[in-house]
Design a protein around this ligand. Sequence first.
Ligand code: MD3
Ligand code: FE
Length: 203
Amino acid sequence: REEDLGPGARVLRGFALPHDAALLSALQGITDASPFRHMETPGGFRMSVAMTSCGAWGWVTDRTGYRYAEVDPVPERPWPTMPMAFLQLAQSAAARAGFADFVPDSCLVNRYDTGAKMSLHQDKDERDFSAPIVSVSLGLPAVFLFGGEGRADKPLRVRLIHGDVVVWGGPARLRYHGVMPLKPGHHPQLGAHRINLTFRKAR
Ligand code: MD3
Ligand code: FE
């Protein structure tokens, strides 16, 4: 139930399953305070993925650029506190993959509806690339694209399902990655959606 996708990238199949109900209940509290929204890229495109955040820093994008912000621009309040269930899961997954003291200060919550996708990109808005990134997949399955160090490198396709956790660190930290358009479907807990929790140390 564990596989390496390459140096620094480990999939923990079903790692979040025992905690899915607690995660989804905590997520409701987050989205009540800071609702999902479709943000705009610096180039003027509306992102197909709807997003929100919790923790001290939330990732945002608008016409002025990509950045981490301490205040959610939509309710103009700080982001919701990171729930203990989120923090504990991220820390135990990171430890399992060899990152003993991961202290995320940001959790980006991505919601994919039918057709939503994420083009190949690198995560480069964080200050310190020595910390790993932990991602938790919930709801409908998706095909994740794990590329190389250059945009043109042919990506590996990895199917991620409800409960899968991936830890990306060390030599994998700056690899290109993306998500194929979400296929229509129904998940018993999340309906027509896929949710991805992305834990990072932003600052
Ligand atoms: C591989 N989200 O929000 S998380 C993102 O499924 C993002 O919503 C995707 O990419 C999603 O930026 C994938 C998995 C992920 C995150 C960071 C990585 C994979 C990564 C950094 C390096 C390599
Ligand atoms: Fe990313």
